[in-house]
Design a protein around this ligand. Structure first.
Ligand code: PBG
Length: 325
């Protein structure tokens, strides 16, 4: 009886051996926690489709961020839920809009101990739920929207954002935001571009979290990417990097590991991956039904995202994972 010379099982024998030869490692330093802050509430509100995640009050947000800092989490990304929405989404750039108030609170609480990121979009603030300004035919006007994004970026930077993260998938958004930030004296504010953002069915719970319903049964397929495409992601990222993106993002994560790997290999900027609300909710729901071990599956998914090449992972599991790692 002969055996192959190399016995693969030798290095799998003990936890210490496995740890020593692991090819990738998920750590607290990889994590960014997405956080929702809502105007006009006095108590944190649970989100039915996103178990364990809440809409924060300004006060509870401060406390949560301080706790995440204590756990060693290096980044948070804020989403504002305004009390009032309109056609333009004017709450997005108002100096007393919920995002700007929350940014000032968080900066006051933790300063630069955590990287304070602001999601930069209009959908949370528009009454029609689209990520931009609508033309009379109901389509999103790219250039009018980009001009608004530039205004939002400056408001967010002024309020204390260290990173702005445009998530609307408008053409030219990164260069417009970069110029506006520079002109306003915010050369140090970085841009994390949601560069390869797909028109995914996995954003449902997030839309509950921010109270967004897209009008007329509409969708975002006219501006977000087609899930069938990967070359298009390379083109999107090339444009965003040329326009001045400091970091780029793939979103969602688990169904797009090939995109993460391809972008990691093709570009030299940090690549972030967003494990989105639907990915989180599926694991939580199956765990609650006793179908899977949710904690183990969460770590497996996050580990796979890391292995594929993500340098930064945005995840609703951030706190839980930081507590267990
Ligand atoms: C747009 C935005 C969305 C998400 C992040 N930014 C929703 C969308 O494009 O419809 C989704 C995040 C998630 O599902 O966790 N502002």
């Amino acid at each position: 009886m002969s055996y192959p010379a190399r016995r693969m099982r030798r290095l799998r024998r003990t936890p210490a051996l496995r740890r020593l030869v692991a090819e990738s490692r998920l750590g607290v330093d990889d994590l960014v926690a997405p956080l929702f802050v809502r105007e006009d509430i006095t108590e944190p509100q649970p989100i039915a489709t996103l178990p364990g995640v809440v809409q924060h009050t300004r006060e509870s947000l401060r406390k949560e961020v301080a706790e995440l800092v204590a756990l060693g989490i290096p980044g948070v990304i804020l989403f504002g839920v305004p009390g009032h929405k309109d056609a333009q989404g004017s709450g997005a750039w108002a100096d007393d809009g919920i995002m700007q108030m929350a940014l000032r609170d968080v900066r006051d609480e933790v300063g630069d101990d955590v990287v304070i990121m602001a999601d930069l979009c209009l959908d949370e603030y528009t009454d029609h739920g689209h990520c931009g300004i609508l033309r009379s035919d109901g389509t999103v006007d790219n250039d009018a929207t980009v001009a608004r994004y530039a205004q939002v970026a400056v408001a967010q930077a002024r309020a204390g954002a260290a990173v702005v993260a445009p998530s609307g998938m408008m053409d030219g958004q990164v260069s417009a935001i970069r110029s506006a930030l520079d002109d306003a004296g915010h050369q140090d504010v970085a841009i994390l571009a949601y560069a390869a953002k797909y028109a995914s069915a996995l954003y449902g719970p997030f839309r509950d979290a921010v109270g967004v319903t897209i009008g007329d049964g509409g969708d975002r397929k006219g501006y977000q990417q087609d899930p069938r495409n990967i070359r298009e992601s390379l083109a999107e990222v090339a444009l965003d990097v040329a326009e001045g993106a400091d970091m780029v993002m793939v979103k969602p994560a688990l169904a797009y590991l090939d995109v993460i790997a391809e972008l990691r290999a093709s570009f030299d900027v940090p690549v972030a991956a967003y494990q989105v609300s639907g990915e989180y909710a599926m694991v939580k729901a199956a765990g609650a039904q006793g179908m899977i071990d949710a904690e183990a599956v969460a770590l497996e998914h996050l580990g796979a995202i890391k292995r594929a090449g993500a340098d930064i992972i945005l995840t609703y599991f951030a706190r839980e994972v930081a507590e267990t790692l």
